[in-house]
Design a protein. Sequence first.
Length: 581
Amino acid sequence: MSDNTSDSNEASVTASPSNFIRHMIAQDLAQNKHGGRVHTRFPPEPNGYLHIGHAKSICLNFSVAADHNGHCNLRFDDTNPAKESQEYVDAIKDNITWLGFAWHGDVRYSSNYFGKLYAFAMQLITKQLAYVCSLSADQAREYRGTLTEPGKNSPDRNRSVADNLALFERMRAGEFADGAYSLRAKIDMASPNINMRDPVLYRIRHIEHHQTSSAWCIYPTYDYTHCISDAIENITHSLCTLEFEDHRPLYDWILHNLDIDSLREASDLAASGFKSGVKYVLPEQTEFAKLKLNYTMMGKRNLKTMVDTGVVLSWDDPRMPTLAGMRRRGFTAAAIRNFCESVGVSRSESMVDLGMLEHAVREDLDQEAARVMCVLRPLKVVLSNLAVGHVEQLSLPSHPKDDSMGRRDVPLTREICIDRSDFEEVAPAGFKRLLPGGEVRLRGAYVIRCDQVIKDSSGNIQELHCSVDLATLGKNPEGRKVKGVIHWVSAELGLPVTVRLYDRLFSVEKPDSKDITDYGDVLNPDSLHELHGCLAEPSIGNGLGLRHYQFEREGYFCNDTVDSTPERIVFNRTINLRDSK
């Protein structure tokens, strides 16, 4: 990701973020609306990995509950087994735990309530508020109408209650093929809200479910399932993003047309902390603006396509906006939480500058990352006035502002490596590093002077021969001034590592814009560069187990926990230094 973070972005990080939901909850508590309870839920569909947009919802739902001594459930809305898997379930649980949150009680699944959902559907049929429809999916779309024209009634809309109950039971028994029938709510085909035009509540799908196996061949829709699951779990505040605003009338219609006593009897009052004598109140849906980042494509469908087509290597590819990808790249959970808090919660859709997230990452890593030196493009330097076999252990601080992080030993040997960009035969304007006959200080060590440039037959520089001023360890003696300071690593004792340099995956601010027909056209060709033969100081160890470092003058890095082995250490660049070029 780019290191360009504007002053306005940094100012916005420290500004007091808005959060209208916290104000709403405070009013509800003041009115004792739910008996003093705050019970939220995070309800992901297990059809992909969580991304940074989900992090905002996770932080909101879990934090508002915790701030009011309440509960937050983790519930998988697993109503579409064709796109769901246990892999996604496990990844989602792992990412929530990594972010630092703990859900209330056991993990819940909408599939836990399939029996109750079926009974409630039978109740709607009995009330003549639902019917079995034989229209195909294409026919149903045709009957549905448009945003400007009303729909028309299904030929089956006035089917008798007895016939509807019988057909629905036969659907449940598996007598019909996929798509032969569906169960629809009977609301209003002329409603200006297209979601209220007799929406589908159940569809036939003969497919294995990752939780219920083959127990069911009819599956409830998300809209039908979600509100009833909230009621069963006695949720007080059902928080979701703005695209569900037009679905809220259906949320309310379903709950208010079911018998409230049956909902209360189905709910798990004890598990939700419900106190006797407190009035049972149906949950209410409140929408907030989702997180949108520039230069980022979100939406699990798009992300899955990128994985399936090989645009990226996996869901946890460090270029992905998934939490797994960001975690592998080296973004910290604290940085993501701080970023989500800084963005705030409002009802206004807006694009957030990626620089805000980058700033939050730098702020956290500046405090947490140990300092080491790593040469990405090595150029050999022979310190000619040191003896062959010379090894001098220098003690350098692991963090310039935090003594508690201790110190590390850095070996200086006769042969070292510096970065090729730190030497020029002819100095460009403003160059303050090593030149023929010039001097620089080795970070934490001595001043050296370049005495000789060794080239091959083609004129390519192979190595430099330099002399060491052995009187310059520590502070410069009076009258001895050297402007340039460069990093280095012992060529003999340094550890060879592979370094992956990541940048933004897309080259335009809005890669999911409707004006872009193929996002492949706006992929950043420089989103990944892999450098082999890099050299790191030996204090990094074997590179196993997630650790964050600032490679001095190069940026923040972490070891890749997937690809690193004792034989091949791989580091990912998390982000550039703020002032890097």
